[in-house]
Design a protein around this ligand. Structure first.
Ligand code: SAH
Length: 394
């Protein structure tokens, strides 16, 4: 049997020598052994030298590299990778602490596992495959997660119906790979959150804002706060603990508002400082007064692809201009973009233009990004997606 392999065009191994984990279809000379989407292939240079091994897929990214070493992709391989990811999280104090059991265990390329995301919520892991290769390996990955986390892990929920290539002809139903009798409350820095992985967005929670929510807590004391695009109310709950005078949470989704109210209720029952409204962001910002002195803007990705970049930047500019215009003098704005295609510079320029439109004096206090459990592979800078600015508005 011919080995399933990909032979590169002459000179096209350069990015792989720099450990970039993607091989674009244009770099391929030919494919041998008739691999199917999701199979492991060995990648050779035009001179037939081993250069990588990875999952083959249909589309412009033709191979996602699993290893640059000439090692087989065995069960042992998955165990090692998952254990390494877990070890990183425990060694930096994010996992395995009494006050926090909400974290990202695997962040795709950032953990040398392109196409795989695993978030941990208490005793449940929620796993998401973005490639057919990870889908094919889901059971061995689940076993490795179970083995690595041990007794503390009771459920593994697989949720990939929206993240797998929609044309792939595979059984991609969501469901439990292990357990199934899950409670759904997890703890983030001592605060409780209901996580709805069955119906919620992504894996159910935006784990990536943890450190930024924690920073917000320090600024909340005595302030009147607007948490725009609140989803599960994460920022609002931290603000209440931080001693905010008033917290308003806004999201266009009624389900998000219910989740926010439920999360306020388990942490601060009957707290009259909080109110939540289901309303469109632009409508709300238009009609609200200028009472708030701390505003959070954490919108969904305005640009999912390069071709929508221009419109996305206009969106960020409009949104930020309204908030900067209306915030109290001496107010603080936490503003974010999670669009991968919007660079740090793009985003900063959009916010800078917004400040000029609003005719306010603005200073940057912090420049924020994603937390350490969402590591960026230095050879894959595309993995840096979350950008935030904390602004002081005079
Ligand atoms: N800040 C949140 C995550 C926000 S996700 C956290 O810390 O977890 C983005 C949210 O924006 C989603 O809940 C979505 O329902 C909401 N949203 C999308 N478009 C909106 C709009 N036009 N107006 C208000 N909310 C919107």
């Amino acid at each position: 049997m011919t080995e399933k392999s990909v032979i590169l065009k002459r000179g096209k191994e350069e990015s792989l020598q720099r450990f970039h984990p993607w091989i674009f279809s244009g770099a391929i000379h030919h494919i041998e052994g008739k691999p199917e989407e999701g199979d492991v292939v060995t990648v050779y240079t035009a001179e037939r030298k081993f250069i990588a091994r990875g999952h083959v897929q249909v589309g412009s990214i033709a191979v996602r590299v699993l290893t640059f070493d000439d090692e087989p992709i065995t069960d042992e391989f998955w165990y090692k990778r998952i254990a390494t990811a877990y070890h990183l999280r425990t060694s930096i104090g994010i996992a395995g602490t009494p006050t926090n059991d909400t974290y990202r265990l695997v962040h795709g390329e950032g953990d040398n596992l392109p196409g795989l995301v695993i978030d941990i919520y208490g005793d449940t892991a929620v796993m998401q495959a973005h490639s057919v290769g990870m889908h094919v390996n889901r059971h061995i990955i689940a076993k490795a997660v179970k083995e690595t986390l041990g007794e503390g892990l009771k459920n593994i929920y697989y949720k990939s119906d929206t993240t797998l290539p929609y044309k792939a002809d595979i059984n991609k139903d969501n469901g439990y790979l292990y357990g199934g009798n899950a409670g759904n409350v997890s703890t983030e820095y001592g605060l409780k959150f209901h996580i709805d992985w069955l119906r919620g967005q992504k894996t159910g929670f935006f784990v990536d804002q943890r450190e930024n929510r924690s920073l917000l807590e320090k600024y909340a004391k005595g302030r009147k706060l607007l948490n725009m695009f609140c989803y599960t109310g994460g920022f609002s709950i931290y603000a209440l603990r931080g001693g905010a005078e008033l917290v308003h949470s806004v999201d266009s989704s009624a389900k998000a508002i219910d989740l926010t109210n439920a999360n306020v209720a388990i942490n601060f029952p009957d707290d009259t400082r909080h109110a939540a409204y289901a309303e469109d962001a632009f409508d709300y910002l238009e009609r609200m007064g200028n009472n708030y002195d701390l505003i959070i803007l954490d919108p969904p990705a305005f640009a999912k692809h390069r071709d929508s970049l221009r419109n996305a930047l206009i969106g960020y500019r409009r949104l930020n201009a309204k908030a900067i215009e209306k915030i109290q003098p001496g107010g603080i704005l936490f503003t974010f973009s999670c669009s991968q295609v919007v660079s740090k510079e793009n985003f900063r320029t959009a916010v800078f233009t917004a400040a000029a439109i609003a005719k306010r004096k603005v200073r940057i206090l912090h420049q924020l990004t994603q937390p350490a459990d969402h590591p960026v592979n230095i050879y894959h800078p595309e993995g840096e997606y979350l950008k935030g600015l904390v602004l002081y508005v005079e």
